[in-house]
Design a protein around this ligand. Structure first.
Ligand SMILES: Nc1ncnc2c1ncn2[C@@H]1O[C@H](COP(=O)(O)OP(=O)(O)OP(=O)(O)O)[C@@H](O)[C@H]1O
Length: 400
């Protein structure tokens, strides 16, 4: 992306946020005006009170018009077109400039959409391929209490599967609540795809995120699986004509398409969690967070959900965070974040993390079952390491 288009992409995000903010002001002013008029009709206030509310509304409406000026994006298209005209049609440069021109047109169209939906419907654009950047995040629940999260800095690239592990009370849940914007960090900053998270943009940032919680029974609203997946789509005001297709596609991704007319509460735990994943996927988040999503399931259910998580990982379309107590699960991850006493004490590949068994034991973490067997075999002189699961371990032993 050229620096002009990158600048325009950033500007589009700012543009949507400003529209969103001004639209809220406009709604509040219009409500105030309606209340003033109704109070006046009941002779509870003087006409000046109504006039003042009407004036306020007019000023905010004028501001809104000014904020809706998208000439910057139009100029960006003009510039890109001029550059394209200058290039020779047979040159490599031409196609690069053609792509830049197409992007500029796209950004201009998006700015028009943003004006129409007043910044509400659109997503923030990705400004970088870093899905999440935490910079020196600290959080404490109360003044004078120790920090539940203490100076966590990390950068996660798009498409990675990250396992977050740690003993009870190490700060995993607090960290996940900070990532999803439920808690505001006491110190430090967060960026999601290059967008700095602020109080004003948190609702739009959340559109990058999908979450699957621990208890499968607490996540259902609809009377059928189909209704349940539709619920989130309705909330996002997705056109009804598009819904049916999205619902079937997301159910297929978790192999639940045969169950669309079933009642969610009659499903097994693993199936319920798969529906919860489908509901999250239907909203096309770039980041999926599994918050202890397998911990309440029986072994069969756990395996079903873990399988889906690995399938999602293999597409590399989503960034996956899995907060987990299940040490076996870390073998599926690209990177593991190890939390202890609110600090991120290790960040590395499963192999790197598991090479420090004594350290893991010192912070009260179990070693995955497969790694325990490997350790026992190594003690007997068999050089086997890095098996991702039991099947791979058996294969590795047989090859020796
Ligand atoms: N609502 C709260 N009010 C006060 N302190 C809290 C609150 N929630 C958590 N804490 C404290 O913050 C610290 C981190 O807790 P947190 O729940 O984030 O850890 P965790 O690693 O998710 O633990 P678990 O695995 O048991 O869920 C702990 O010392 C905990 O007691």
């Amino acid at each position: 992306m050229s620096s002009t288009n990158l600048n325009a992409t950033e500007k589009l995000n700012e543009f949507r946020l400003k529209l969103n903010e001004h639209n809220d002001k406009l709604i509040r002013a219009s409500q105030k005006m309606i209340i003033a008029r109704s109070k006046f009709s009941r002779r509870e206030v003087e006409i000046d009170f109504v006039k003042s509310a009407e004036n306020e509304y007019k000023i905010i409406k004028k501001d809104f018009k000014e904020v809706s000026d998208n000439s910057f994006f139009f100029e960006n298209v003009k510039k890109a077109k001029e550059e394209l005209k200058k290039a020779s049609k047979n040159s490599k440069e031409y196609w690069k400039l053609f792509e830049e021109y197409k992007l500029a047109v796209f950004l201009y169209k998006e700015s028009k959409v943003a004006i129409k939906d007043r910044g509400h419907g659109g997503l923030l654009s990705k400004l970088s391929q870093t899905a999440l950047k935490l910079d020196k995040i600290k959080f404490r629940y109360r003044e004078g209490h120790p920090f539940a999260v203490n100076g966590v800095s990390v950068e996660i690239k798009h498409g990675d599967y990250i396992a977050i592990i740690g003993h009870n009370g190490s700060g995993k849940s607090t960290l996940s609540k900070i990532i999803i914007g439920v808690l505001q960090p006491t110190n430090g900053s967060i960026e999601v795809y290059g967008n700095k998270v602020t109080r004003n943009n948190i609702n739009m940032i959340r559109k990058f995120l999908g979450i699957v919680f621990q208890n499968p029974d607490n996540q259902f609203i609809g009377s059928t699986v189909r209704d349940d997946i539709a619920f989130g789509l309705e909330n996002r005001r997705i056109a009804p004509s598009k819904m049916a297709d999205i619902i079937v596609k997301s159910a297929k991704k978790v192999r639940m398409e045969e169950f669309l007319d079933h009642e969610p509460l009659m499903l097994s735990g693993g199936q319920k969690q798969r529906v919860a994943i489908a509901s999250a996927l239907a909203l096309s988040p770039d980041i999926l967070i599994f918050d202890e999503a397998t911990s309440m399931l029986d072994p069969k259910g756990k395996n079903e959900v873990k399988e889906i998580m690995v399938e999602l990982k293999n597409t590399r379309e989503k960034t996956i965070f899995s907060i987990t107590h299940d040490m076996d699960e870390i073998l599926n991850a690209d990177k593991v974040m190890v939390m202890n006493k609110g600090e991120l004490v290790k960040f590395g590949s499963p192999k790197e993390i598991l090479s420090e068994k004594e350290f893991l034991r010192s912070i009260h973490l179990d070693i995955p079952f497969v790694a325990q067997i490997e350790e026992a075999l190594q003690n007997e002189g068999l050089k086997i390491s890095g098996s991702a699961n039991l099947e791979e371990l058996v294969k590795n032993i047989c090859q020796k």
